[in-house]
Design a protein around this ligand. Structure first.
Ligand SMILES: Cc1cc2nc3c(=O)[nH]c(=O)nc-3n(C[C@H](O)[C@H](O)[C@H](O)COP(=O)(O)O)c2cc1C
Length: 213
């Protein structure tokens, strides 16, 4: 059979234009693909800027989420432009690799979503927070971006820097991640510390069979 036999048959049947339509057709990535891509990058491509509209699109997923007692206490502040650098100064990346001083110079994220709560922090507010952070991370990945969850910062200081009406609980750094990250399956009880070797960031993850109790 000639190499392009099927293409020719397709053109004969549906016309030359139809072929193009078939080539551009894309399927949505599966949840598992999005979860795999949703890694914690600590370096971001300086050539890819994230406008406020994209942060708003990411924040909008929160109107679809479950919430304890449906109280929906979380509020969101998108940050881009000059203020982004001030936010970055407050954050600590990669506490397990202090010698690397992440992010490397020139790879700092330039867009952030600050998450606050209108009510005092409780375990239910924190559950809502986790659902929100992961959902926004997955949305960012679906949009071809990456999100890093950051909780290592002084809440009062960041509240002051941004003149926020509520205490910030977490920050999502958004951009196009540049790290090369591999997941390393490990047994329960082995070291879970992430590490870097030859420019690759390795993240140990406990095998599914060891997660059962
Ligand atoms: C609640 C929470 C807080 C985190 N805070 C930070 C942080 O302050 N700084 C940082 O660099 N990474 C932070 N991370 C990212 C974790 O270090 C990361 O999820 C972990 O190393 C596993 O990597 P992975 O997300 O690629 O699976 C946080 C993650 C979570 C879920």
């Amino acid at each position: 059979m000639a190499d392009n036999y099927l293409e020719k048959k397709y053109e004969e049947t549906f016309g030359a234009d139809a072929k193009k339509k078939v080539i551009v057709k894309r399927t949505n990535p599966s949840l598992e693909t999005l979860l795999h891509r949703n890694r914690s990058h600590r370096g971001f491509d300086p050539c890819v800027s994230v406008p406020r509209s994209k942060l708003e699109e990411i924040i909008s997923v929160n109107s679809l989420l479950p919430s304890a007692g449906n109280r929906q206490t979380l509020r969101f502040r998108p940050v881009t432009g000059d203020l982004a650098q001030k936010v970055m100064e407050q954050l600590r990346f990669g506490a397990a690799l202090p010698e690397l001083h992440l992010p490397l110079a020139g790879e700092e994220p330039k867009a952030f979503i600050i998450i606050c709560s209108t009510a005092p922090e409780t375990r239910f507010v924190d559950m809502d927070l986790g659902i929100s952070l992961q959902s926004m991370g997955l949305k960012a990945v679906e949009m071809g971006l990456n999100a890093l969850i950051v909780c290592a910062f002084d809440r009062e200081k960041l509240q002051k820097v941004l003149d926020l009406p509520y205490l910030p609980l977490a920050v999502l750094a958004i951009g196009k991640g540049t790290d090369t990250i591999f997941l390393k399956p490990v047994r329960s009880g082995e070291s879970l510390a992430y590490y870097r070797r030859d420019g690759v960031h390795y993240v140990p993850k406990i095998r599914a069979e060891d997660l059962m109790v």
